[in-house]
Design a protein around this ligand. Sequence first.
Ligand SMILES: *Cc1c(COP(=O)(O)O)cnc(C)c1O
Length: 424
Amino acid sequence: MRQMYQELGIDEPVYLLGKEVETALRKRWEEIDKTAEFNQLKVLSAMQKHRVSAECFMATNGYGYNDLGRDTLEAVYASCFQAEAALVRPQITCGTHALALALMSNLRPGDELLSPVGKPYDTLEEVIGIRPSKGSLAEYGVTYRQVDLLADGSFDYDKIKAAIHEKTKLVTIQRSKGYQSRPSLSVGQIKELIAFVKNIKPDVLVMVDNCYGEFVEEKEPSEVGADMTVGSLIKNPGGGLAPIGGYIVGKKECVEHAAFRLTSPGLGKEVGASLGVISSFYQGLFLAPTVTAGALKGAVFAANLYEKLGFPVVPNGTESRHDIIQAVTLNSPEGLIAFCKGIQAAAPVDSHVTPEPWDMPGYDSLVIMAAGAFVQGSSIELSADGPLRSPYTAFFQGGLTWYHAKLGILMSLQKLWEAGLVQL
Ligand SMILES: *Cc1c(COP(=O)(O)O)cnc(C)c1O
């Protein structure tokens, strides 16, 4: 084994440290495997209930009327997330698109959107119009209000209560921390927050940005009161196989609104050919619980390895997990770049290229991204990225298998060590 790692470029001190860290994590692996087992049964049961069959995998084209595969998949998603309805489509191009769709279809001019969990994900700033953007909610007369989390990461209930008024129509809750250093929210915390806002205003809609959270716990936000739960298929629920797509699960009316916006008023869910990608949506969903477990092991391993070396990590080595993202603060631009180079060098695709910081659409500072993925930009595949701003935090996620995630993390450390940025 040591020789195999050596051939891939991992030197002995890095290998031995990795081995020591992994040995101490047996108990965590057991917990992660148990969650995966539970979620595997959940997915299987939904597929059986809706009689997934070979006919579901056939490609449709044109309008896509009576697309059995598409309609059955949406029923499977709805069951799996214990929701009334689902919209799961290759025509939803990414997570941002799915979130924008959910928001824009359920808000009307004069309504107000509230985020009680602080600043949303970078790309949502343009959707909402926090940063002026063509076609934003702000341009359509939807206002926005935000209540930040308290310093310890908990909800500021007094301010949230004060921020809800007669115009408040939709509350958006982001489960994962995204590019921030706040903790990610557990489904239990999300449940409490939903109950709190609905108690103040029963008819308010709650949307949860579920990106990176799917199958990390046994429950999803849709099971604890969210009216819409939204995410990307090139993250957890696509299992690495879905080549594109997004989903919205939740209340029938909310999902219908989204469908009428995605296609057209009058058409809604009835059109939208699946063009032959649908079988990968099924297979990906089937594999998603174990793929997510592998990614989760990678995140826990990275936290423990880098914590041991004195780097700030969020979550820390022992905390419970609510998404697959691991933040590691490298303290310098050189550190962040070396970390990303290591992740890239460990990839099955494009391991020979060097990641460089660039001005990525939707983000307000330079971003460096390492990804050697089969699906472009897929972040359930091993990837690391981070904005080039102080304190130079790498956000690391994914790995279709735990073994690949492990190699990537060891390689990141190898690059830091070679650059003289860490002592071993
Ligand atoms: C990835 C992500 C998004 C946006 O998804 P894209 O597919 O990159 O557009 C939104 N919110 C969170 C929390 C995310 O992690």
